[in-house]
Design a protein around this ligand. Sequence first.
Ligand SMILES: [Zn+2]
Length: 333
Amino acid sequence: MRLSFSVGVVVAVVALVALLLPRAAAEGLPLGGGSGLVFATAAEGREVVAAEDEFTARMSPFDRQARLKSAGPVSSAEHRAFAARSVLEWGDRDRRAITGAMRGLEARFTEIGVRFPERVLLVKTSGDEEGGAAYTRGTAIMLPAKVLGSATPVLRRLLCHELFHVLSRSRPALRERLYASIGFLPCGDVVLPGDLEDRRITNPDAPLFDHCIRVKVDGVERSMVPVLWSRTATYDAKAGKPFFDSMEFRLLAVRVEGDPPRGVPDVDDAGEPIMIKPEGAAGFFEQVGRNTGYLIHPEEILADNFELLVAADRRPPSPEIVRRLGEILGAGK
Ligand SMILES: [Zn+2]
């Protein structure tokens, strides 16, 4: 087939323009670099939370029971169906609140040099599925309805925090460099000692206990992994409290062996696991800094520092942590 001259010229011009144009404008609220934050339909949201992933695979029997506030055992399928039922449609007021909170962030992300996945989904939920907390799965951020009424700066910080989790999950090599910048190195996915494994509490933003930090405990150098579990052996469905109420957090001593490295819980002379609070670990705060009290995982320490990096509105107690984070993100453009 031959095109007429004029049609040929139009085709050539269109092709040239397409070549010269930068990457298509971002869908949704722009995050820089052609990435966008997109309001998910309820159907899209249900697909995200009902999916099987590292989080659902790692959940303990306690995890599932506590999410459903159930007195009996809960299967993974039941839990995922429950999570799907918590998804809501976005309203105009919600969209306005998010749009306001995101104002100016595209320029700041571009300045830092951070590159998010092309399409980050925002899912509104009732909050019932995750103790009322905001969290992430895959490249999606789940926001419970109650946080949408927060003041704009609060919502902005929360969005930055959650965006860090999405970024970190989508770039594994960058994640390793970032974790190493605060002293955390891979140590396999540590299984909790004794019956604690059945009542581990799993954080969707960082489902594995898989990075350890070297510190001194009572003068002995050790590898420690931050772990979470429930104080109560079973979920108290009668009281019906959120799982956060019974959550314990400690640094657990592990022996790290093999290649790839694998951490196995270490024991003291009495054969008991060695579990301490961060305050008892000499050298801990020297590595992670003192910019946040949210120390349950290197992922969370860094997400809080990312909030500070983006806001750049105050001098934190450990500015070097924020500076290094900015350097690594900028170098990973
Ligand atoms: Zn977080």
